[in-house]
Design a protein around this ligand. Structure first.
Ligand code: PEP
Ligand code: MG
Length: 748
């Protein structure tokens, strides 16, 4: 890059920084800045456009255009050349602006006399805050060095905006991180909560975007990159050789940390006057902006790695770690890009809600949120870049909506909604000790699903008759190494103690598919959901299953024990699993351990094939539990984790309900008790329809017991069944509309 451009650029950045130190409002500072830039770039015009709301840009300061147009000229994103820069986050550089496609003539500005136009996004962490434009009468294209120098200036403006340098009158000059924002994400767990933001990883704030001494900055950058390389190497040394995914990510980190291109760009930024931190952030911002647009998933993942690496580098440079000294606010709502179950559990039960930029409904974070019965919204894009610790936040887990710094109208409406829910909650508490008995006398037993120690208090508070599904794998998932047998004995014994004699159905380890143990050798499978998982793993590699069965027998210590196998697809699998239990019982007896007074062994029906198993299977199983989440995914061939197809097929689809009815009939023929333990059991309408199909035992998350009971106690199940039969007879695809209509008629 030409030395001339370098020294000009450094001079300009130095002057921009000086404006930060000057007294005065944001408007005066912006005016001065446009003047300085036009002067330095030797253009007649320099203008700054900032967003006044999510869709509209406003001319906020100009040198050269008609001053009367300031705060009057506005354009929507995508409109005119300025709007195009904002929409694409790409520069527009043209020698003949009026002849360029998309040009919009704005008479009030007087810009028609200017021919050349260079517009750049003012961007921070991939987020466009506005557009910086220079124009001149002379028809010329700005060269590469000039564009680059202006990009650096735009970056500094973004940092200054973040520091509050342009706060003034009017919507476009309101301080950042103060506006009300709404995020539409995906429901991870229902519920509503109000509280204050707590960032899992606080953002690094660059307070010194401009530096005087490029040599010193370069030395700082090099030293920090060296520290980063050493850290990445150490991380690589520590990671298990079998852990291919983690290794791949760290290898990518190492590649970037050693990348000449990355380093060279940052060196150039520093040469132009940026501080080391600002240079890192500029690169990070570019990577983020690209992340939004690249269609290739692999490339997106790598950009994501680069983003993460930049964060690490920024922390090293700025000395700002996770420990910022900030105090967690009251009613904390956790905001994170993503989070693993172990880190989440560290926060404990104090959290009121969780909002993630990534995540998935079947993730372990979702399972923990479910156990804590707090709302979880996932896919809330960019919220970590906008939210600040302590910000007021309202999370609507019913709709997947998050209101950050809500205005008064939203606050009132949201609080009304919460009050109504609290009212309903009171009603549910009053039903706690009452049976779920329909008006025509059918009694449905309501059990809860569990898996974490955090679930245990709900055994008392929810009114559950027991635990219909204890997901034992959660105890394995929240650890970073295989639990020992004695640890499991202690855990299972605590569960049985907390149950005070109520029934607990322990499901043996259900791993594979999306539940991958970090310390087990990963298997590379093309279709993990249809792969080597659950009982298949247990039967092929029985070591862990046997250890688990021994732990269960010892934990029961003379009390009744109930065990079920997940994902049984054919009779033989159940028989072999059952033999394992009997063999372990014999061994434990021989070792002198007290045996359970009574053992029941059941199977989860999660694949359609098991519904057509021989009669002998139904007779041999002490009980059957329908795992509706997996059963539905295999019945409709629709991935339960895939947002595109997950909701495509209604649980109340005639085929599915009829299938459930058939399973209930087969169990009845064999005299085998049957229950349903998928998530659908916790949805009142679905639960009512299952009960109408003959199910008398449902297991659900504890928070659903009240709402399900409340509905079951209000309906006549025989009449509900008649309404369903009528809908089935009329060729409907789903009985839902008919059931809703029937229910509406009931409440009149
Ligand atoms: C199910 O599949 O319905 C079930 C209860 O098991 P999980 O959700 O743990 O797979
Ligand atoms: Mg399952």
């Amino acid at each position: 890059m030409a030395d001339q451009t370098e020294s000009e650029s450094r001079k300009l950045l130095g002057r921009l920084r000086d404006t930060l130190a000057e007294e005065g409002a944001g408007q005066a500072r912006l005016d001065r800045i446009t003047h300085l830039i036009a002067d330095s770039m030797q253009t007649e015009v320099c203008s700054v456009y900032l967003f006044r709301d999510a869709d509209t840009l406003e001319l906020c300061a100009t040198q050269g255009l008609n001053p009367e147009a300031v705060h009057k000229t506005r354009m929507r994103v995508g409109e005119g050349l300025v709007g195009r820069v904002a929409r694409t986050s790409q520069p527009v550089n043209t020698e003949d602006a009026p002849a360029t496609k998309g040009f919009r003539f704005m008479p009030e500005t007087g810009e028609e006399v200017y021919s050349s136009f260079l517009g750049l996004p003012i961007q921070r962490l991939g987020e466009t805050l506005g557009v910086l434009v220079v124009q001149s009468k002379e028809a010329r294209r700005f060269d590469g060095d000039e564009v680059y120098a202006l990009e650096v200036v735009a970056m500094v403006l973004a940092e200054m905006a973040e520091l509050g340098a342009f706060v003034g009158e009017g919507a476009a000059l309101t301080a950042l991180h103060q506006r009300a924002e709404l995020y539409r994400g995906t429901v991870g767990q229902e519920g509503t909560a109000e509280g204050h933001v707590w960032l899992h990883e606080p953002r690094v704030v660059v307070t010194n975007p401009v530096a005087d001494d490029p040599e010193a900055e370069l030395a700082r950058l090099k030293e920090a990159v060296e520290t980063l390389r050493v850290t990445v190497d150490e991380m690589l040394d520590q990671v298990d050789t079998g852990d291919k995914d983690q290794r791949a990510v760290l290898e990518a980190y190492r590649m970037f940390a050693n990348s000449r291109g990355w380093m060279r760009r940052m060196e150039e930024d520093i040469a132009l006057g940026l501080s080391a931190e600002a240079a890192v952030e500029k690169e990070q911002s570019t990577a983020r902006a690209r992340m939004e647009t690249v269609p290739d998933a692999y490339l997106r993942d790598r950009l994501h790695d680069l983003d993460d690496l930049s964060n690490r580098l920024l922390r090293i440079l700025s000395g700002q770690g996770n420990e910022t000294g900030a105090e967690m606010p009251a009613n904390p709502v956790l905001i994170a890009g993503n989070i693993g179950p172990a880190e989440l559990l560290d926060y404990g039960r104090q959290l009121k809600a969780i909002v993630l930029e990534e995540g998935s409904v079947g993730s372990h974070a979702a399972i923990v949120a479910r156990a804590w019965a707090i709302p979880l919204v996932i896919h809330a894009k960019r919220i970590t870049a906008e939210a600040l610790n302590g910000d007021h936040i309202m999370v609507d887990g019913e709709q997947g909506i998050v209101h950050l710094r809500p205005d008064d109208n939203v606050i009132t409406a949201f609080r009304d909604k919460m009050a109504m829910q609290a009212e309903a909650q009171k009603r549910y508490v009053s039903l706690r000790d009452k049976p779920a008995q329909s008006t025509d006398g059918a009694v449905v037993e309501l059990y809860m699903n569990a898996g974490l120690m955090a679930d245990l208090p709900s055994l008392d508070s929810s009114g559950a008759e027991g635990v219909g599904l204890f997901r034992t794998e959660l105890q394995f998932l929240v650890r970073n190494k295989m639990p020992r047998r004695q640890e499991l004995v202690d855990i299972y014994a605590r569960v049985l103690d907390a149950a005070h004699g109520k029934r607990v159905q322990f499901r043996t380890l259900d791993i594979g598919s999306d539940k991958v143990l970090p310390y087990m050798k990963p298997t590379d499978e093309p279709n993990p959901a249809l792969g080597w998982r659950a009982i298949r793993v247990g039967l092929d590699k029985p070591g862990v299953m046997r250890m688990q069965l021994q732990a269960l027998i010892r934990a029961a210590n003379g009390r009744p024990l109930t065990v079920m196998f997940p994902f049984v697809a054919q009779f033989d699998e159940f028989k072999t699993g059952r033999d394992f239990v009997h063999r372990e019982l014999e061994r434990e007896a021989a070792l002198g351990h007290v045996l359970p007074v009574h053992v029941e062994i059941g199977a989860m029906l999660e694949t359609p094939s098991l519904a057509f198993a021989p009669r002998q299977f139904f007779e041999m199983a002490d009980f059957i539990s329908i795992g509706g989440n997996d059963l539905k995914q295999f019945f409709f061939a629709a991935d339960r984790e895939n947002e595109r197809v997950r909701r495509r097929y209604d649980t109340l689809n005639v085929s599915f309900l009829t299938f459930i009815e058939r399973v209930v009939e087969r169990c009845a023929e064999a005299g085998t008790p049957v229950s349903f333990c998928g998530e659908d059991a916790g949805r009142p309408i679905e639960a009512m329809c299952f009960a109408a199909m003959g199910l008398r035992k449902l297991s659900m998350r504890p928070a659903s017991i009240g709402p399900v009971k409340s509905l079951l106690r209000r309906v006549d199940l025989a009449a509900a069944k008649a309404a369903i039969d009528e809908a089935r007879g009329s060729g409907n695809q789903s009985v839902r509309p008919a059931v809703m209509k029937w229910l509406a008629g009931q409440s009149r």
